[in-house]
Design a protein around this ligand. Structure first.
Ligand code: ADP
Length: 463
């Protein structure tokens, strides 16, 4: 009997589709083919690779509505956000279709008239990617696009919860003429496929978006064959509101940052730190707006907050709320749910917590759910100390119109992505990635193609 993944709609618990799991032999064969295809794909001229990537991007845009629907069905994401994600995913392909043509080397003056020094770049080889369920399209394209642009071949294992979007996108890549073995998708469980990927001598690079423990495991397992690794791991983003901030604007940005994908993004504001003199005004204005958010099935156009992905996510979020309440937090709104363990759907109503302190789990761990914990600070140095007091260093946000406060925060926050009066910083042309235990490497921008390139130094003598 062949095993299959049961892809279920997190809004209803209903089966969307069964997807056959690939056997170990099939995955090994795919790796072999990916490695063989590298010889041809890496030698294709960059303009041709660029043209194929553009065709892929155009094709995805043509099928935008259908892809978005698949994404909402398997992830629970509100349909407007799924449509936005298709655009966001496409923007990485567009961007790297251009960057493919700009992979430059250099020459270096030698210290002898008879020598020349030349530096060239070449693709690392077959790249294996493991992607999460929260952005099933964009987390794949922001790896596949720079990999293919650089001349690498690519194989991806999507998350068990959301394989359908990835399968569809890879089908479209093949339909526009990207060779079948240059971009492949395999289906299976993370730990099993991860083991095959990391042990394979064909794979020269592992690129991963997901949790920090799994990332650490993949880094360790990549050591035996000294693979390149890129890691986009967990976050625990602080959102700092200085005393002079424009509170109404901060409310809109906090909602944009916190409730996107029901709070299930690694750069969601996870801890709100507000100056004590404006805490009451901010908390009540935020609560008023949060109460207006429409919770429901993502297929309904008016839905703004969908379900959390599964029971594991639900239990984690509810235990953080419970822990915070036990330790003295005040619930301003939310802390209600509409969930059925048997049917398999889990909606958590947007929740705002006040009087949150550092000893609560919600201030120590990533939440991945629609909960805003609010704590206060007296001066900006204290805010930085609280913000940096975590092993994570992915995204941080701050709101101030004072340039000295802003400069101080920019220079002292230990995070790879910083939003100054901006709760939505992600974009294809900028380097996304974390410091400390939030990751290694960057995706997007000119930095995002670097991890797919080797440097070769040529020294010519006897001239
Ligand atoms: P989450 O708990 O949010 O699902 P994970 O880090 O477990 O986050 O999942 C992200 C991706 O990592 C998924 O594609 C999953 O299948 C994969 N994964 C999970 N465990 C492992 C593992 N041990 N090795 C490799 N990949 C894994």
């Amino acid at each position: 009997m062949t095993e299959a993944l049961q892809v279920k709609n997190p809004a209803t618990g209903e089966l969307v589709e069964e997807v056959r799991i690939n056997t170990e032999e099939e995955i090994l064969e795919a790796l072999k083919k990916g490695n063989a295809a590298f010889k041809k794909w890496s030698k294709m001229n960059a303009h041709e690779r660029s043209r194929l990537l553009k065709k892929w991007a155009d094709r995805i845009q043509k099928e935008k509505e259908e892809i978005a629907k698949i994404m909402t069905l398997e992830s629970g994401k509100p349909i407007n956000e799924s449509l936005g994600e298709v655009d966001y995913a496409t923007s990485y392909i567009d961007w790297y279709a251009e960057e493919a043509k700009r992979i430059y080397g250099r020459t270096i003056p030698a210290n002898s008239e008879s020598k020349r020094i030349v530096v060239t770049r070449q693709p690392v080889g077959l790249v294996a990617a493991i992607t999460p369920w929260n952005f099933p399209a964009a987390m794949m394209t922001r790896k596949a696009a720079p990999a293919l642009a650089a001349g690498c071949t690519f194989i991806v294992k999507p998350a068990e919860e959301t394989p359908l979007t990835t399968i569809k996108l890879i089908e479209l890549a093949h339909e526009v003429g990207i060779p079948e073995d240059a971009i492949q998708c395999v289906i299976g469980y993370g730990s099993e496929v991860g083991k095959i990927f990391t042990e394979s001598e064909y794979v020269r690079k592992i690129t991963f978006t997901g949790s920090t423990p799994v990332g650490k495991h993949l880094i360790k397992n990549s050591a035996d064959t000294v693979k390149h690794v890129s890691m986009e791991l967990g976050g625990h983003a602080p959102l700092i509101i200085a005393e002079d901030a424009d509170i109404d604007f901060v409310v809109t940005q906090t909602i944009a940052s916190k409730f996107r994908n029901a709070g299930q993004t690694c750069i969601c504001a996870n801890r709100v730190l507000v100056h004590e003199n404006i805490a009451d005004e901010f908390s009540s204005k935020l609560t008023k707006e949060v109460l207006k958010l429409k919770v429901g099935n993502g297929l309904e156009k008016r839905t703004q907050v969908g379900p959390v992905i599964n029971v594991k996510g639900f239990d984690k979020v509810m235990s953080q709320i419970h822990d915070a309440k036990e330790k003295g937090a005040e619930v301003l709104c939310g802390n209600q749910f509409d969930a059925d363990r048997e049917a398999g759907y889990f909606f958590i109503h947007p929740t705002v917590l006040k009087n949150v302190s550092e000893n609560m789990k919600i201030m120590q761990e990533e939440t991945f759910g629609p909960v805003v914990p609010i704590t206060t600070f007296k001066d900006i140095k204290e805010a930085v100390q609280i913000a940096n007091g975590t092993p994570y260093g992915l995204a941080a946000y701050f709101f101030t119109n004072d340039y000295r406060t802003g400069t101080f925060l920019h220079e002292n926050l230990d995070f790879g992505i910083v939003g100054w009066n901006d709760g939505a910083p992600s974009t294809a042309q900028a380097p996304f990635g974390g410091m400390k235990e939030s990751g290694l490497g960057r995706e997007g921008g000119i930095e995002g193609i670097e991890p797919y390139l080797e440097t070769k130094y040529l020294s010519v003598g006897g001239i």
